[in-house]
Design a protein around this ligand. Structure first.
Ligand SMILES: *Cc1c(COP(=O)(O)O)cnc(C)c1O
Length: 368
């Protein structure tokens, strides 16, 4: 958003990003590179600022959709970019912007090959995705002969990598399943080598895979939520620095008499005399309406203020009966990983959804 002067801000600590990146690097062998996943606006933060700040320290970026990669290119990012979920409808935009597609089925594969022939390309880097159990995207091992035949007929592309994605790398109850995915991936590699005569770069692990399955780091890992400070595991998250903080301000204070209600649909009624503050964040900023009616607190002058009544679209009310504060004072929605995890839990979701839901109306402020 251009010239955003919203008082509600998302602070992004770039030093913490670098710290977290180095933490994960320290877990890797020298021969394993890092791809940082900056899809969905950098997990709701600011993909461009994040990418610019670490570009020199990573070998790849990944995004989900073409438009996300185009935004990085338009911002001057030169590093290789893998597009994880390209669509047959806009493959041309990948070539124009020097973005590397994940090719995951025959439809998108043959559409892309056709384009590379039409554009008379040579050795355009592509990434072959295989399904090893997530059942979301990917070729099967049985597609290898088809892929080989197509590649023999077309010198227009170059297989930059083989990859797959783990379904439950954070889940200690699914170790057997995950080990089976790793084994399937290894079998695909063996089979690939037999048919093609070489083995491209291989990658399988997301953040939790990096932590829990060092034997599956291969040549490259795809680090997403970890770089933003979350590891899907309390003790590992404690080793990371917080990157993202959400803040707003008090806009008005009300004295509420017993029996009065606060907010839409009168879901809250005061039983005692109390004081509320109206603050400048609502569900349109990405704060779930499920967090209203006392489910969580915000912090004002280092004291906890519970949300009162329903969260409105653009603002909400909090209980400040025992807090000394005035209009214009800061209100912290979250400024550490524990509070994000708590907000996520109280709204029946995970940190990933909570972060990516923070809307584009919230002003991004970079701290470096
Ligand atoms: C989003 C994504 C990642 C990153 O996952 P994290 O759990 O955030 O580290 C890696 N690989 C693929 C294919 C993804 O879609």
């Amino acid at each position: 958003m251009i010239n955003n002067n919203h008082v509600t801000t998302l602070e992004i600590d770039l030093k913490a990003v670098e710290f977290n990146l180095n933490y994960f690097k320290s877990k890797l062998k020298d021969t394993t590179d890092i791809m940082v996943v900056v899809k969905a606006f950098g997990y709701g933060s600011d993909a461009i600022e994040i990418a610019k700040s670490i570009e020199q320290h990573v070998s790849y970026f990944a995004v989900a959709y073409a438009m996300e990669g185009i935004a990085l290119r338009n911002a001057g990012i030169k590093t290789s970019i893998l597009v994880l979920h390209p669509q047959a409808d806009n493959l041309e935009s990948l070539i124009v912007n020097d973005l590397e597609p994940s090719l995951y089925n025959k439809h998108v594969f043959s559409s892309f090959l056709k384009l590379t022939r039409e554009n008379k390309l040579k050795n355009y880097p592509i990434h072959l995705k295989f399904n090893t159990g997530l059942n979301r995207l990917g070729f099967s091992i049985n597609d290898l002969p088809y892929l080989h035949k197509e590649l023999e007929l077309n010198q227009t592309i170059f297989i930059q990598s083989l990859f797959s994605h783990l379904a439950a790398s954070e889940d200690k109850n699914e170790i057997e399943f995950t080990k089976n995915q790793i084994e399937k991936f290894n079998n695909i590699t063996t089979q690939f080598k037999l048919i093609f005569g070489f083995v491209p770069t291989r990658h399988l692990c997301n953040t939790s895979g990096i932590i829990n399955y060092p034997e599956a780091h291969f040549d490259l890992v795809r680090l997403g939520i970890g770089v933003y400070g979350f590891a899907n595991d309390v003790s590992e998250t404690n080793n990371l620095k917080n990157v993202i903080s959400l803040k707003t301000v008090i806009t008005q204070i009300h004295e509420i008499e017993p029996g009065e209600s606060v907010g839409y649909n009168r879901s809250f009624s005061a039983s005692n005399k109390m004081k509320t503050a109206t603050v400048a964040i609502g569900h349109a900023d990405g704060l779930s309406r499920r967090l209203g009616n006392g489910k969580v607190c915000v912090k004002i002058n280092n004291q906890r203020a519970p949300i009162v009544g329903n969260i409105c679209m653009d603002m909400m009310m909090v209980d400040i009966t025992n807090i000394n504060c005035k209009p214009g004072d800061d209100v912290i929605i979250f400024d550490n990983q524990q509070s994000v995890e708590f907000l996520a839990k109280q709204s029946d979701t995970i940190s990933y959804e909570l972060l990516t839901a923070i809307s584009q109306r919230v002003r991004r402020v970079v701290i470096s």
